[in-house]
Write a protein that binds this ligand. Structure first.
Ligand code: 2HG
Ligand code: ZN
Length: 451
């Protein structure tokens, strides 16, 4: 490996490898053989060929912000750290695009885009560590997805390396290009199991100059869903984000941030919304929220107060993780089923364990719910099965934005049919026949897929 990437970029020392051994929640771990830090697609290709020859598996590793163990090695795997794939090209103002290395953090990409008066359309709380490559590989969603789509909508092309060392380059950024199969589209969301994404052609957006943020307390999930429908009707494209969290979420956030509840009374559910427009949108907010909702509302007009309101929502992942082992589910269900689904999850979890603490938060605008279970000693398999069945019964998906990784592969069924999983296996066999990349991730073990 040293002959490919240089001595300094091969990590073999156990102490230095420790950073790769655990995911940040410390739920997933494994002892890698070594870690390598290539700086180009060509170096990645040579690393892949060496690993393939030695029959050693490879796991891709970006900012280590994933939540399904997808970037955490199994014992004996080689970690491919994308940190040196850090190139960042000039913003092309005419196409509103730029090319960025897989290892560039979202925050750095945002700064670069903003210097040109544009922005990355996807935003998420882990922006300082999450990498563009990892975000494309997992088709990250985040808070703005209801307005601008998930990462997929921002990708105009990729450069990627197959496990046999062939490099696929589609970085021209053409918006219309229907020449054959759309290989970049296939790699988006493939979680490092089909190829290594090394560079990305990103489409940027011009976000409106002014925004207002509001936090609204409501007494039921049904009310929250109705509010979203009203807001959509009244605000159209000026509605950039609608997030939510429950009462326990508010308590955890206040404790973690050492801040007071921004609303004077307690509520069952909190909706955080952001409106953006070319002119000050405070008037739009006043016209969009009326009735009881407008009486339990905190409004932030300046940047600092807006960040403060967002912090209640954005701290929740860390706040629940700080409480110990958490069972995490990242699901999406149709808007019309959200309230019923939340009630059904509550009943199901109480039936398993009366003392369980259920914390639900997420991205209400696109039906993405993060279901977190604390203080439980539950049989994870049992909860997995029950929740995936509830998700399917409500017409939802078992992974909205975090991916499948190691954590959810056994429950890809019933969100995906046998025919779909079989097609996925065929693609995997075709692109990575030696199963060098992301072994035992995403695709279910043969017995769990029912074949
Ligand atoms: C978020 O929306 C992240 O905060 C993390 O996707 C979700 O903690 C989680 O389960
Ligand atoms: Zn999320």
């Amino acid at each position: 490996m040293a002959s490919i990437v240089g001595d300094a970029n091969v990590v073999a020392n156990r102490d230095q490898l420790a950073v790769y051994e655990y995911d940040w929640t410390r739920r997933w771990h494994g002892r890698p053989l070594l870690a390598v830090r290539p700086s180009s697609a060509e170096e990645v290709a040579r690393v892949f060929c060496a690993c393939r020859e030695a029959s050693v598996g490879i796991v891709m590793h970006g900012g280590n912000t994933g939540l399904v163990g997808g970037a955490t090695p199994f014992d004996g795997e080689v970690v491919l750290d994308t940190v040196r794939l850090a190139g960042i090209g000039d913003v092309d103002r005419s196409s509103r695009q730029f090319t960025v290395g897989a290892g560039v953090t979202l925050e750095r990409a945002q700064e670069h885009a903003r210097a040109a008066g544009l922005d990355v359309a996807v935003d998420l709380a882990a922006r300082s560590r999450a990498t563009i490559g990892g975000m494309v590989a997992t088709d990250a969603g985040g808070a703005l997805a209801m307005r601008y789509g998930t990462m997929r909508s921002s990708v105009a092309g990729v450069e990627a390396v197959l496990s046999d060392g062939r490099v696929l380059t589609r970085l021209s950024g053409l918006l219309k290009d229907n020449a054959g199969y759309d290989l970049p589209a296939l790699l988006i969301g493939s979680e490092g199991t089909l190829a290594a994404i090394t560079r990305v052609r990103l489409m940027l957006v011009k976000r409106p100059a002014h925004r207002v943020v509001a936090l609204i307390g409501l007494e039921s999930f049904a009310d929250a869903v109705d509010l979203v429908a009203d807001l959509r009707d009244r605000l159209g494209v000026t509605l950039e984000a609608v997030e939510f969290f429950d009462r326990i979420g508010m308590e955890l956030a206040c404790a973690r941030l050492r801040k007071r509840d921004p609303l004077p009374a307690q509520h069952v559910v909190y909706v955080l919304l952001q409106i953006a427009d070319e002119e000050d949108p405070v008037g739009l907010l006043a016209g969009a929220v009326d009735g009881p909702a407008s009486e339990a509302m905190a409004v932030a007009e300046d940047r600092e107060r807006q960040r403060a309101l967002w912090s209640y929502r954005e701290t929740l992942n860390e706040a629940v993780t700080a409480r110990g082992v958490v069972l995490k589910y990242d699901v999406s269900v149709p808007q019309a089923s959200i309230a019923q689904f939340v009630a059904a999850v509550d009943v199901q979890i109480r039936a398993f364990d009366e003392r369980a603490t259920l914390v639900i938060y997420g991205h209400l605008g696109d039906g993405n719910l993060h279901v977190n279970l604390l203080d439980v000693e539950l049989d994870e398999r049992q909860v997995d099965d029950a929740l995936s069945k509830l998700v399917a019964d409500h017409g939802g998906s078992i992974s909205a934005e975090h991916g499948i990784g190691r954590a959810k592969r056994a429950i890809l069924h019933p969100t995906r049919s046998s025919a779909e999983i079989e097609a996925m296996r065929a693609i995997k066999r075709a692109l990575d026949p030696s199963e060098t990349l992301g072994r035992e991730r995403v695709l279910p073990p043969i017995e769990a897929s029912g074949r």
